[in-house]
Design a protein around this ligand. Structure first.
Ligand code: SF4
Length: 372
């Protein structure tokens, strides 16, 4: 079952309390430890059909991520979610809770919205740990009051260990993509499916995935030029198919909803405040966590070296200035080390019209195949 609506209906039928979360790196361990099921409202382009309701509240120059998640919450949130959690990231998301509240209140409906603020300052420059820990305490109290649940250190340790296991399994599955025994498209679909599942279900799906030969091996895998994909979301299925048909092999990913999500995890401890402080301070770099920016270029170049990627394809989310501001510098540094780059742009309108990317991908693949 890959349909997200069905997966959410199943969770609700099992009596689970489902919390829709954004942006991409919510404290999953904390929610699971409190018997809540967090689902990250990302990658919903295939789930909502249109952006009719969202378009009444958001400008047309906001990214597809925000438009799709707004449409999802406004049209399906009351049926499929029990609450919404968010922390601050970009300017687009900053006022989204109020926009969602307004949109939902027009139908006299109520969906609890819980917000925390993560200080976007470099820990070695400004110590905001006291503020952050207070935000976590406030979050725990809000969840307890809103959903009649309680926090325990034992359950937190258990949830953190399970989530870390899930992250490790995702990294192993990514390795299968690089080896050619799992297509990148299947990988993206399975990781997306996991994001809308209970923690035990995620473990079951991923353990079975890494234990078996999933897809027939890609022909001539070793000869295919390796590329890294970088962006907020993986490209649409048609674009992934174009990449694989053009003879490219995805050997690494710097995609926010994929690699940046499961790359690394803190040592498990019982104290959620200290654990989550560690989690956010040392998170894999992402433009949505502003204070990680200075580490980003070095890590991307390290990934290129380690995977021997010949190219990096930037999958630009149209109107996401956070990602776009960094592309010129990243491209310059990668080109200096001999790694070629290609920039694609994906928008709401282009979701169904991606054929224009095909010839650029084919030309890029041809160039990589003839250079070493
Ligand atoms: S894609 Fe960019 S602009 Fe859109 S919600 Fe994410 S960080 Fe914000």
């Amino acid at each position: 079952m890959t349909d997200i609506n069905q997966r959410l209906q199943k969770l609700k039928a099992e009596g689970k309390t489902v919390i829709g979360c954004f942006p991409l790196y919510p404290p999953l361990e904390l929610f699971f430890a409190m018997d809540l099921v967090p689902v990250v409202l990302w990658g919903l382009r295939g789930e909502v059909g249109s952006t009719l309701q969202s378009d009444k509240h958001l400008q047309s120059y906001t990214c597809s991520v925000a438009r799709h998640l707004t449409e999802f919450v406004l049209t399906k949130g009351l049926d499929l979610l029990d609450g919404v959690f968010m922390y601050n990231a970009c300017d687009t998301l900053r006022n989204l809770p109020e926009i969602l509240e307004t949109g939902l209140s027009q139908g006299n409906a109520r969906l609890p919205l819980i917000k925390i603020h993560i200080p976007m300052v470099r820990p070695d420059q400004t110590d905001a740990s006291g503020y952050f820990k207070n935000e976590i305490r406030r979050l725990i109290r809000a969840l307890e009051a809103e959903f009649n649940v309680s926090f325990s250190g034992d359950k937190f340790v258990d949830a953190a260990e399970k989530i870390n296991r899930v992250r490790q399994l995702m990294a192993l599955a990514e390795q299968k993509v690089a080896e050619g025994s799992l297509s990148f498209l299947s990988f993206c679909q399975i990781i997306h499916e996991c994001g809308f599942s209970s923690i035990d279900e995620q473990t079951r799906i991923l353990e079975s995935l890494v234990a078996q030969q999933t897809d027939p091996p890609l022909s001539g895998n070793g000869q295919r030029p390796g590329v890294i994909l970088s962006g907020i979301l993986p490209p649409p299925a048609s674009v992934i198919n174009d990449m694989e048909s053009a003879g490219l092999r995805v050997v690494g990913n710097d995609i926010a909803s994929l690699g940046r999500t499961y790359a690394g995890a803190p040592a498990v401890i019982e104290d959620p405040e200290a654990y989550l402080l560690d989690f956010y301070h040392h998170h894999y770099p992402c433009p949505t966590l502003l204070y990680t920016g200075d580490r980003r270029a070095a890590l991307l170049m390290e990934m290129a070296q380690k995977t021997r990627a010949r190219g990096v394809i930037f999958v630009g989310e149209k109107f996401c200035e956070y990602e776009y501001f960094e592309f010129p510098y990243l491209k310059k540094r990668l080109n200096q080390m001999g790694v070629k780059t290609l920039e694609l742009e994906i928008s709401v309108e282009e979701d169904a019209h991606t054929a224009g990317h095909r010839s650029r991908i084919e030309a890029f693949a041809e160039m990589l195949a003839t250079t070493s």
